[in-house]
Design a protein around this ligand. Sequence first.
Ligand code: UD1
Ligand code: MG
Length: 458
Amino acid sequence: MNTSSQELSVIILSAGQGKRMFSATPKVLHKLAGKPILQHVIDTVLNLPTKKIYIVYGYEGQLLRKKIISNHSSLNWILQSNQNGTGHAIQKVMEKYEGANNDQILILYGDIPLISIKTLSRLLYFHTGFNISLLTAKIDSPYGYGRILRKDGLIVKIIEQDDVSENHKKIREINTGIMVVNKKKLNTWIHQINNNNAKKEFYLTDIVSIAHHSGHVINSMQSKNTFEIFGINNRLQLMHLERFYQKKQAKKLLLNGLSLADHRRFDLRGTLKHGKDIFIDVNVILEGNIIIGDRVKICNGCKLKNVTINNDVIIYPYSIIENTHLDSNSIIGPFAHIHSNSRISKNVNIGNFVEVKNTIFGKNSKAGHLSYLGDANIGKKVNIGAGAITCNFDGKNKNKTIINNDAFIGANSELIAPIIIGSGATVGAGTTVTKNINNGEKIISRIRQFSILKKNNS
Ligand code: UD1
Ligand code: MG
């Protein structure tokens, strides 16, 4: 397409509820690889030289607008309060459309998330000289899609699933839903459609027979990649597309030198930057932005979200790490939970059933077992005994615990924040610490042991 004389606008139809999802959430907000289906489409479209992007919204519209992220200055939200069909949705856009008659309009469906920029660019290129161009595909199981009816090779009509008769069941060429139409023609044809069909809806696809009857050639291009044009209408289709997407990502990572125990049991719902000689075992989920250095091992069942991991870290099974920076040579887990802007320095050991929240952990420090460390600054070479906890919440506020270098916190101690433990201080096991402790001080607050069996024995 010659964009110098004809400008391009994009319409993304996203007003439907998606009844076949059986959900209170609009279909296009359901997630594929951690991102709303519609967001995939928008992110792709942002790579096109578009003048305006119109998103038709309706069902749970406010929620949709809140969840979708776009910085495109000319994003226009068009409300379709009653979802009377894809044709009706286009009529709503035309009422508000700003632009010239010779604009070209690319129509996309918000429920087709994996359409690629390459295919869209080719479709726009092959549209040159035509008023309407369809992206079609030949697939083995066309059930659910509109079928392309041709006569003497020319497209004459699209027949929707509910209107398909026995004669048409053999047709393998389907309508992907994606098309480019000249603005002036679209505005004319879209007002000629009716709802005399099985669903009593206004079908956008009816403009094809209208165009044919008014003497226009319906141009078409076939997509060879069937996943790219896969429309999501139910949860089974969503799961299939998710697995396809994950397999594709995993293959790319494997070929880039990342070791995965099993691509079928690996999920990346965001972005991953990685170094060399990393091993990721089965059932690991990575979300958000993940950066992993060299020689890192992530064992089975771990979940990581927005995490940076430096070299030579081992994360043992079933650990959950979120919004955290892990420096090199640390050993984490099994069953560790580290989150909320925690920073873990070099050579740290955070072990079994330890929760670390919004905490800075100094170099060479250890919390091997069963602890809660929240809102704390922990210095270097600190040892936190099993069962020790920071009592950071007084019912109203979160308070800080500062544990200085070389401190030893005995097992099962409670540090009542706000509190400062001096460097080299020792807290005896089972102590409830309520006052600050000086450097090098050794404190204990537990009662002496006595036997209740012998009388007169203290
Ligand atoms: C549609 C096409 C079909 C095509 C298939 C490809 C029509 C009539 N049929 O069928 O030919 O093979 O997509 O996946 O277009 N929407 C609105 N307003 C409405 C109705 C729908 O914005 O009133 C939106 C939906 O949110 C969705 C898209 O349009 O994103 C498609 O609607 P859907 O109901 O999924 O159509 P299909 O049955 O898949
Ligand atoms: Mg659909």
